[in-house]
Write a protein that binds this ligand. Structure first.
Ligand SMILES: Nc1nc2c(ncn2[C@@H]2O[C@H](COP(=O)(O)OP(=O)(O)O)[C@@H](O)[C@H]2O)c(=O)[nH]1
Ligand SMILES: [Mg+2]
Length: 165
């Protein structure tokens, strides 16, 4: 089975733009009202993450994937995931800090927020505009356990790629 990733995060966190960057598509992301399946990616509406009423949808959709990307916007002060959210989802977690190209990006703040969401797993600092971190996300999605992901992070020795736990 091909590995698949589900992208979750706030409205405007950059999920649809990241989907395009991962797939190398030129088309512009439109606001997602429902689940969008593209090849190995499931793009979810931000409402799924922002409204606890939809957590059951996230859980149901997680059954179809191997990895979940938890997106945190580096330009946002808002953390919308509840504490320890990734611990309740039995899939390999990858933390994604988005929009690191923006002058107002605060990747340290975003990292601290993701530490409250994930106890273990890789964190990638990315920009869908410049392409920073996109290849790391593709490579990490090919790996099937936390140990392999940790080894990947250690081998890469990239300051924009970290491993928690
Ligand atoms: N500068 C910059 N802007 C981004 C990046 N990713 C997304 N955006 C912008 O952030 C806004 C929300 O992005 P979108 O992908 O629609 O977010 P979604 O609601 O999570 O799907 C849009 O205006 C995007 O152009 C990025 O890496 N860099
Ligand atoms: Mg979207």
């Amino acid at each position: 089975m091909q590995n698949k990733a589900m992208l979750v995060g706030a409205v405007r966190a950059g999920k649809s733009t990241l989907t395009n960057a991962l797939l190398g598509r030129e088309v512009k992301a439109v606001k997602t009202q429902t689940l969008n399946y593209f090849d190995w990616i499931v793009d979810t509406p931000g409402e799924y993450t922002e409204n606890p009423m939809f957590y059951k949808n996230i859980m149901a959709t997680a059954l179809e994937v191997t990895h979940v990307f938890y997106l945190q916007d580096s330009t946002s002060e808002r953390l919308i995931f509840p504490p320890g959210f990734s611990m309740g989802v039995p899939k390999l977690p990858i933390g994604v800090i988005t929009k690191c190209d923006r002058p107002d990006a605060d990747t340290e703040r975003a990292l601290n927020m993701l530490k409250m969401v994930m106890n273990q797993g890789p964190i990638v600092i990315t920009s869908s505009v410049t392409g920073v971190g996109i290849d790391h996300l593709k490579e990490l999605t090919k790996l099937n356990d936390l140990t392999s992901m940790r080894q990947y992070v250690e081998q890469m020795d990239d300051e924009r790629l970290l491993f928690l736990g």
